[in-house]
Design a protein around this ligand. Structure first.
Ligand code: SAM
Length: 290
C-alpha cells in the first residue's frame, strides 16, 4: 500500500514542491489506505487489465493500481502536479501520465494508441472534482467507450441518485441513464476526514458495471432520453399533463392513445416509471411520430 496515504507525507510533498492545492480543480487528496483498498478491490483488477485513471493527483491511487495491473494510463489536468507525479511514479514503469482534460479525451483512441493500434476494453478508476463526475460519466457512457467497469468516487447524494429505484425521491433522469448503461452498486461511504484538505461534502465510492446488452429494447435511444427528461422536468405532474405540456407536437388525445397502447395509466407520474415503462412509452411515441 502506498506510503502516500499518510498525512505527514502529503504535507511534506506540498512543502518540498511548493504545491498549493487548487480548490477549483477539486484537489482533495485521499489519505486513507482502507478506502484505497476498497476502491482497488471493487475494480476487481487482474494482471492483464489496462486501467485508465482520471485525476491521479499525487499518485496515491495510481501506485496501488499499478501494483495490480499491467498498464495504467492516468489523465491529469494540472501540470503543476507533474514534478510530484514524476517522483512518486518513478518506480512504476507501467504507468503513463497524460496531462489533459479528461472531459475532452477520447478514451478509446488513447487506449488504441497505447495498445499498439488494437482496440481493447479497459477499466476506469476516478476520484475527481464533484462538479465534473456526472458530465464525465455521461461522456464515457454516451460515447459508448469500450469500458468494462467504472469505479468512481462521487458526492454521496449523487450515488444515491444513481442507484435510486423508481418512485423514490432521488430517482431521476440520472438514475435512468446510469441504470440503462450500467449496473450500479454502492461500494462504501467515505467521510470528509480522509482527504487533505477535507472537502465540504461526504462521498461514496460507486461501481458501475457496463451492461453488455441494453436492459430494454429501444427504437430510438435519443427519443427515449428526451422523453425521460420531459417526464422528470415536471416530475410532480401526471405523465399525461407533463407530455402534453411539452413541445413534442402531439395533442392530448394523441398522448392518451399512445399511453393506452403502451399500457400506462395516464394519471401516473413519470417519477414512478421503470426503465421498461419508459421504453414502452418511447417505442409507442416513435411509432406515432415516424
Ligand atoms: N486521485 C487522487 C486522490 O485520490 O488523492 C486525486 C483526487 S482529487 C479529488 C482530483 C484530481 O483530478 C486532481 O488531481 C485534479 O487536478 C484532477 N482533475 C480535475 N479536473 C480534471 C479534469 N477535467 N481532467 C483530469 N483531471 C482533472
Amino acid at each position: 500500500m502506498s506510503e502516500l496515504s499518510s498525512p505527514s507525507k502529503v504535507f511534506n510533498l506540498f512543502k518540498e514542491f511548493n504545491f498549493h492545492t487548487n480548490k477549483k480543480l477539486g484537489q482533495n487528496f485521499l489519505i486513507d489506505s482502507n478506502i484505497i483498498s476498497k476502491i482497488i478491490s471493487a475494480a476487481d483488477l487482474r494482471s492483464e487489465d489496462l486501467v485508465v485513471e482520471i485525476g491521479p493527483g499525487l499518485g496515491v491511487l495510481t501506485q496501488s493500481i499499478a501494483d495490480e495491473v499491467s498498464r495504467v494510463l492516468s489523465i491529469e489536468i494540472d501540470r503543476k502536479l507533474q514534478p510530484i507525479l514524476e517522483v512518486n511514479l518513478k518506480e512504476y514503469s507501467n504507468t503513463k501520465v497524460i496531462f489533459q482534460d479528461a472531459l475532452k479525451t477520447d478514451f478509446d483512441r488513447l487506449v488504441y494508441a497505447e495498445a499498439g493500434g488494437k482496440s481493447r476494453s479497459y477499466k476506469v478508476i476516478a476520484n475527481l472534482p464533484y462538479y465534473i463526475t456526472t458530465p464525465l460519466l455521461m461522456h464515457i457512457l454516451e460515447s459508448k467507450f469500450n469500458v468494462e467497469l467504472i469505479v468512481i468516487m462521487v458526492q454521496r447524494e449523487v450515488a444515491e441518485r444513481m442507484t435510486a429505484p423508481p418512485g423514490k425521491k432521488d430517482y431521476g433522469a440520472l438514475s435512468v441513464a446510469v441504470q440503462y448503461y450500467t449496473e450500479p452498486e454502492i461500494i462504501c461511504r467515505v467521510p470528509k476526514t480522509v482527504f487533505i484538505p477535507a472537502p465540504e461534502v461526504d462521498s461514496t465510492v460507486i461501481r458501475l458495471i457496463k451492461r453488455k446488452l441494453p436492459p430494454v429494447q429501444l427504437k430510438s435511444e435519443k427519443l427515449f432520453f428526451n422523453l425521460v427528461r420531459t417526464a422528470f422536468n415536471q416530475r410532480r405532474k401526471t405523465v399525461l399533463n407533463a407530455m402534453q405540456g411539452s413541445n413534442w407536437g402531439l395533442m392530448k388525445e394523441e398522448w392518451k392513445i399512445i399511453l393506452e397502447k403502451a399500457g400506462i395509466d395516464p394519471m401516473r407520474r413519470g417519477e414512478t416509471f421503470s426503465l421498461q415503462d419508459f421504453a414502452m412509452l418511447s417505442n409507442c411515441v416513435y411509432e406515432t411520430l415516424k
